[in-house]
Design a protein around this ligand. Structure first.
Ligand SMILES: [Zn+2]
Ligand SMILES: [Zn+2]
Length: 417
């Protein structure tokens, strides 16, 4: 018996109907990004494993449990990118983009990879659309990035979202808070899950990423980072909130929000939607003022967001139109000679930018008309043996069902339609 090979678990195919919705989201994104002054950057899906260990953090769930990393044929440690920011920062430094543009506004669209348990809206190959604004410490950079994210979600058809923001403070604040939190949790270490016991020792902030209910309960009464940030960070956070209010972006402050990546400093945010589970954000991001420094560059403030396209589609599938190809003209051809003629007409029309089609197989009139209907062709041109003899074809308007005769050689003059 023949055996059919199936795709890998958590690596979904995006089939034509849905791919049209993806196109719609991507087109919407590209239009908005251009309007906001963001330029596209494309980085490879494979990078050195060390890039992600150094940027996202060795103790994070992403690096510890979810990253696809392996030895290649040259025995190099490489990984499929689990997120987009680290590769962009790598590329930014490698190609000295800071020397070319003091304020770099970049966007990306592409697949990311994490080996999680597949479930609705959580695939092992998933797609992100994101931006990175590198080079500004201003509150307007934070607010613009958040605004762009919200506008894109809305323009893609996702309404009634909830935006949550928080402030993690600067590196110094984070360090100081780690001491505070470690001490505060000391007596309750026994009640934490196994992972969190390790996190308590190595990277205590990561306890905030725990999905375990008992750990969450303990954190509920633990000190909050936003209460331990320095006056400068406090002032910046207030200015970000003010800027958001000035452009009528609704938000709530969630002191438990930290995002599961080590590189975040200052403002962090995420967007949730009732159609997704409580743990699944449709978009998220934040400031990472220390990352470029950590990766070997000069200290450069930056912030960005990423939208999960799979989740956006899951939450708003019926609101997202499919980018169908329009068919201006469908050629219904009866008989071999008509097909020959039709094939040439098709080539001429396409040369003039007309979207047109014919069946390559000989089919009955009825079956060709049915196909034209299914493709939602605007007009149909019917050529049979008689029409060929008389140099006349029938042009049918599929919307108002009107028909008229047209000289076959005039078909390429579309103004005569
Ligand atoms: Zn600070
Ligand atoms: Zn835990």
């Amino acid at each position: 018996m023949k055996k059919v090979i199936k795709g890998l678990r958590g690596m979904p195919d995006i089939l034509p109907g849905d791919a049209g919705r993806w196109q719609y989201i991507e087109n919407t994104a590209r239009t908005l990004f251009a309007q906001y002054g963001y330029e596209e950057i494309k980085t490879p899906v494979l990078e050195e494993t060390a890039l992600f260990q150094r940027s996202i953090g060795k103790e994070t769930d992403i690096v510890q449990k979810q990253m696809y990393n392996f030895k290649d044929r040259g025995n190099r440690d490489i990984a499929l990118r689990p997120e987009g920011t680290a590769p962009i920062v790598r590329s930014y430094l490698e190609h000295n983009l800071d020397k070319q543009m003091p304020y770099c506004r970049l966007y990306y669209v592409g697949p990311m990879f994490r080996s999680e348990r597949p479930q609705a809206g959580r695939n092992r190959q998933f797609y992100q659309i994101g931006v990175e604004a590198i080079g500004s410490a201003s509150q307007y950079a934070d607010a613009e990035v958040i605004c762009l994210m919200m506008k894109l979600l809305e323009a893609s058809g996702l309404h009634d979202t909830e935006l949550k923001i928080n402030c993690l403070g600067c590196d110094k604040d984070k360090e100081a808070f780690e001491q505070v939190l470690r001490k505060a949790l000391e007596k309750q270490v026994k009640c934490l899950c196994e992972d969190c016991v390790q996190r308590h020792k190595k990277n205590v902030l990561r306890i905030f990423d725990c999905k375990n209910d008992s750990c969450k309960l303990i954190l509920g009464s633990a000190p909050k980072i936003v209460d331990h940030i320095c006056p400068d960070c406090q002032a910046h956070f207030n200015k970000v909130k003010e800027a958001l209010e000035s452009i009528k972006i609704k938000y709530s402050v969630n002191p438990l929000l930290v995002r599961g990546l080590d590189y975040y400093t200052g403002t962090v945010f995420e967007v949730t939607h009732k159609n997704l589970g409580s743990q699944d954000a449709v978009a998220a991001g934040g400031r990472y003022d220390g990352l470029i420094d950590d990766m070997g560059g000069d200290r450069t403030p930056a912030c960005g967001f990423a939208i999960g396209v799979d989740r956006l589609l899951l939450a708003a599938r019926d609101k997202i139109p499919s980018c169908n190809n329009d068919v201006d003209l469908f050629l219904v051809l009866l008989g071999e000679e008509a097909q020959k003629k039709g094939f040439k007409i098709l080539a001429d029309l396409r040369e003039n930018g007309v979207a047109c089609q014919m069946t390559h197989e000989a089919r009955s009139l009825k079956s060709q008309m049915r196909l034209a209907d299914r493709l939602k062709a605007k007009k149909v041109l019917i050529i049979g043996e008689d029409e060929l003899k008389n140099d006349k074809a029938i042009l049918r308007d599929m919307e108002n069902k009107q028909q008229k005769e047209i000289k076959i050689n005039d078909v390429t003059n579309t103004h005569l339609w």
